[in-house]
Design a protein around this ligand. Structure first.
Ligand code: FE2
Length: 274
């Protein structure tokens, strides 16, 4: 992909989202939230791609995926006033539909187009497709966008944890009540290294735990390093109630991260030796 192609997409994106700017504060704030989120996901994906020594032209492809991954969010929020896919529609599929209907990707090769459309389509799925000869390249980009996206959602959640009640964005927590305790299923998921389902989240603690469970879907060592450096997980973990269950969750997450880091270090040492 050429630099001019990416510049064209960036300009198109700004024009596209401009149509959703609204005099209504509720809409405007959440449209702005997603524009800013997109910009940070673009930054994140570049950091991850560069850490993987991805070539410049492929970094541009990765950045395009980040730029368009939440394209469906703007129409979704304006139409349904929620980011909850189960109460509106799948924002990833909506994004793919918009990309196809506008024909914006027609300046690219068929291969680049396919990678972008599939990465957008699968970026929010619970499970990713199996690795086969034909999916290897697409899966690399899919993992990049999933990591880059999760990094920014964890940032937003951790920032919200530090805010006073009235300054928090209820939309980020899907308007779920702030009641005591947490769902057994979600704790069980974390202790078994699984991502949790939104359907199991009954209160604000569950939403925080669900976001924490996303670490089990993180793929790249650079994403784990960024999580550590930026301290998102600690902030979320230490905003949870001091219960035995939470202590278990904290210890489990800590040992999972340590194991991942040790594995990454050993791999790096081996590569150095070779
Ligand atoms: Fe996103």
């Amino acid at each position: 992909m050429q630099k001019e192609d990416l510049d064209f997409f960036k300009k198109w994106f700004l024009d596209y989202v401009d149509q959703f700017s609204s005099p209504e504060v509720f809409i405007q704030e959440n449209v702005k939230l997603k524009i800013e989120h997109t910009a940070r996901v673009c930054e994140n994906i570049l950091l991850l791609a560069k850490a993987e020594n991805v070539e410049e032209k492929d970094c541009r492809l990765a950045e395009t995926i980040a730029l368009f991954h939440d394209l469906g969010r703007f129409e979704q929020f304006t139409k349904y006033r929620t980011f909850k896919d189960s109460e509106s529609e799948d924002h990833a599929l909506l994004g793919v539909k918009i990309l196809e209907n506008t024909g914006i990707l027609s300046i690219l090769s068929q291969k680049e187009k396919d990678i972008i459309l599939k990465a957008v389509e699968y970026h929010n799925r619970m499970e990713i497709p199996e690795c086969t000869e034909t999916t290897t390249e697409f899966l690399f980009y899919l993992k990049l966008i999933r990591d880059a996206d999760k990094l920014d959602i964890l940032k937003l959640v951790s920032e919200d944890c530090e805010k006073e009640e009235e300054l928090r964005n209820p939309v980020l927590e899907f308007n779920i009540p702030d009641t005591p305790g947490c769902s057994e299923n979600i704790v069980e998921d974390i202790l078994n290294n699984r991502m949790s389902k939104l359907a199991d989240a009954k209160n604000r603690n569950d939403i925080k735990l669900l976001r924490l469970s996303w670490i089990f879907d993180i793929s790249f060592p650079a994403a784990f390093s960024l999580l550590r450096e930026r301290g998102y997980l600690e902030t979320i973990l230490y905003s949870m109630p001091e219960t035995e269950e939470m202590q278990m969750v904290r210890e489990h997450i800590e040992s999972y991260l340590n194991a991942v880091e040790t594995r990454a270090r050993n791999k790096a040492v081996k590569t150095d030796v070779i």
